[in-house]
Design a protein around this ligand. Sequence first.
Ligand SMILES: NC(=O)c1ccc[n+]([C@@H]2O[C@H](COP(=O)([O-])OP(=O)(O)OC[C@H]3O[C@@H](n4cnc5c(N)ncnc54)[C@H](O)[C@@H]3O)[C@@H](O)[C@H]2O)c1
Length: 361
Amino acid sequence: MYKNLVKTSLFLLNLPPFLYLSSFLLFFSLPLYPAPLKAKPKTILVTGGAGFIGSHVNKDLCDAGYQTIILDNLYRGSREAVYKAIFIEGDFGNAHLLDQIFKDYLIDAVMHFGGLKDVGESTQEPIRYYSTNVGSTLVLLEAMLRHEVKIFVFSSSAAIFGQPLMENITEEHPCNPINPYGHSKLMIETILKDLDKAYGLRYSCLRYFNAAGGDPDGVIKNHQLKNSNLIPIILRSLEEPNGHVTVFGMDHKTFDGTCIRDYIHVKDISAAHITVMEKLFNGEHSQNYNLGNGKGFSVNEVIDTIEKVTGRKINVTASSRREGDPPKLIASSQKAKNELGWEPYFPSLETMVEHAWQAMP
Ligand SMILES: NC(=O)c1ccc[n+]([C@@H]2O[C@H](COP(=O)([O-])OP(=O)(O)OC[C@H]3O[C@@H](n4cnc5c(N)ncnc54)[C@H](O)[C@@H]3O)[C@@H](O)[C@H]2O)c1
């Protein structure tokens, strides 16, 4: 033992001086205590995250430091719209796949954008709409509860209200949907209320009319293969050889005879989703919020603005009014303003059109 000590001392004495110095520096640079752990980013499962709204919310979540997992069957969405996230191609109604996802990743919350959204189609194919929007969403909710995930943000719709009984639709407006799409959204809202009572699932339902705009950074394109919203329909008509736009009703009781609708920038919708989710993380109770621009725009105003932004002439065909088309649909966002401090950051129609035009794939 004594011999070994002498050997080691002799060896150390023979070391070149720079090695003494670096060992000294290394020793004193070692922390005495482990460095405090950085908070682990929360993981969000985003269904329908390859679609229009989901892809923008996913980008904002990633930019805000969340880890995201997108589950989308690409029925309408596009793989190219997926930014940074872990992407899983599949159906949110597949219980087996959901169990696997909840086992593989520690999910903190689910944002649910997946589903079918075409009002007209829903009247022709109600079973498909109820099966996906209600049946499959129920499968997703059951899977969440099996895996103890109890925070849910739901992309509902102003279609739950039906014919407007007041100028600005508040959260107190009676819910009388007039098509299977609206019914399917209301059914999930009702189910969520019961799941909160029974299992403590906390949720937020956000209702809006027409999501518009595009990524101001120009990173995400609006890839969805089919979009029943007015602005993309008109923009696409400009790209088609004989493209034209049909305006249903020029004799509505509005200032220029065309329907007035509430358009809201997809980035503003995204901001509201993230805010309500963070409120839920901080212990907030379940809530419903209407999201609107505070101001509607008529079909003619949309056409004029698109012509101005793109510098192109739109080929317009006038048609008679569609049955049950209310002249004016505007959401009141007063509750979202008061409780979330949320206000549209991009309320101008011109900005929405510019961003949508720039986001054309
Ligand atoms: N776009 C609007 O103006 C608007 C207005 C109010 C409410 N919403 C609601 O917001 C949500 C998102 O709308 P969007 O405009 O982004 O629609 P979208 O069609 O662009 O996106 C929906 C996504 O869900 C996916 N999907 C559909 N069925 C699926 C399934 N069974 N499993 C997995 N993925 C599936 C599609 O592939 C698509 O990527 C929808 O629930 C819609 O009802 C949209």
